[in-house]
Design a protein around this ligand. Sequence first.
Ligand code: GLC
Length: 614
Amino acid sequence: MMATSEAFLRGSVISRRTGVYCFSTKQSCSRTIKNLGKSFVELSRGVNGGWGPNALKTRFDHLSCKCEQAENVRELSFGDEKGTQIHGTDDIWSNNQKAELVQQLGYENGNLSSLGKVEKEENVDSIEDEAWKLLRESVVNYCGNPIGTIAANDPADSSIMNYDQVFIRDFIPSGVAFLLKGEYDIVRNFILYTLQLQSWEKTMDCHSPGQGLMPASFKVRTVPLDGDDSATEEVLDPDFGEAAIGRVAPVDSGLWWIILLRAYGKVTGDLSVQERVDVQTGIKMILKLCLADGFDMFPTLLVTDGSCMIDRRMGIHGHPLEIQALFYSALLCAREMLAPEDGSADLIRALNNRLVALSFHIREYYWIDMRKVNEIYRYKTEEYSYDAVNKFNIYPDQIPPWLVEWMPTTGGYLIGNLQPAHMDFRFFALGNLWSVISSLTTVDQSHAILDLIEAKWSDLVADMPFKICYPALEEQEWRIITGSDPKNTPWSYHNGGSWPTLLWQLTVACIKMNRPEIAEKAVAIAEKRLRRDKWPEYYDTKRGRLIGKQAHLFQTWSIAGYLVAKHLLANPASAKILVNPEDSELVNAFSCMLSASPRKKRGQKAAPNQSFIV
Ligand code: GLC
């Protein structure tokens, strides 16, 4: 059995590579390939519980290529011919769908006549022209095909570190920009090649990524071809955090991958990618990893510090909001895409249960506004009972003085993290914006978040949108929580810095709530400086007045974020590709749970199959 499997594996690679084994003996360039090879043997023996050989074969078919074989590029491109047929953008949505969209997005003033249309070059102003030029210059090719964009592309910068890699999270706005522009290949390639990189190893030791994990980033390396000094080959070299500063685990990568996959299908109408066996397997592996049992009792995902956009120690270990919002969105996107089959019934059941429990938990316990601050202020503590009001035993003294001053009378937001006896009251932008986009928050809560953004404009937007979190950790708190991180000093980088890339998420959230004027105002502010300042990664100081101390220039997601925001403001209906509309079944289940709320008796069963502590 093993011999056959190996022969099949090698055979499939050999046939594509005209006699060149892709299992290079070089440690540095063949990690992925070796892992996959090993896993294949395990899997074919049934060790990993039966991903079919078809799924594996499809994966192996695209592993690597010989750079000089330009004529083979087409052969190496993905899928069947049908798959490469993508619908023109003009006919993405029928009139009925447009009408449905108006209803779903509640967006009536938007320019629906331009729905799905590619911007006309002559209407694009020169900042956008420059942004497009820069975005194209950041494109990375693999075997002659565009596959992603590097994180930053500043030729004058000698301290580029890993910013010459394709980061999964950084590529999302690039991918969306390309999709909206009608250029689909790069996104399709990105989706399928990163799928090749997904970890297939079982977690046998503490130093290998868990099965299903997507890398944080990858690099295309050109390496000498074994046995042939005159030739080279390209290999994809992923980083799952094992080389990253602080060895942080990229929990968000797989979630973003699912979100982009759905967006690709929505824009192109080409569902053949999401229907592929290997892609379905990839989705399931991510879900299994996220839905696996642990010791934790909450429906939220328990993660280590630095597992998302904030990829350094910033006191966000536990159940950070950003991960929960992306998790929720990815669950909804995956549910839309998973092919119904007997084998996935349990997974889909677990997914549905988790959606209900997660939305209840976040909406109830992460929400904060003036009323809630007052409630916490008067909390009784040490309540031992099933129907405790102060379930997480929050001591009122935890309410930070800044919060009482800062909280507007109208408006509210989701706190950054919730753990036993601990609420992180900081406002984290991405988590809040993505909660609006994914309908993790109720309609009222979503509006309240935008109300808060308007009320706190001078803190959250000021001279450059958008503050990654508010407020900054200072002095002793900074010392203890960041470990005296010199990059994360107060009002810099992750610690209260301003990140232009967040413009696109702000724009989607505002369009979803039919309040695009908020995003328009923010884009107008950013526009005054971004090009002049060379598209920095982030800005420093309380008002975002200075270019970040160590910010990279020509940061790709600053460029792409701006482009996506501009496109969506001109074509608001296109935001549909990213938005998760409120699910009516979830609303019902949610109201069931509310009526059996924690403030009532626990004895009342909340919802069928409900198996999470709420
Ligand atoms: C920084 C950011 C991270 C981003 C990376 C590349 O580490 O914190 O979110 O992915 O830079 O731009």
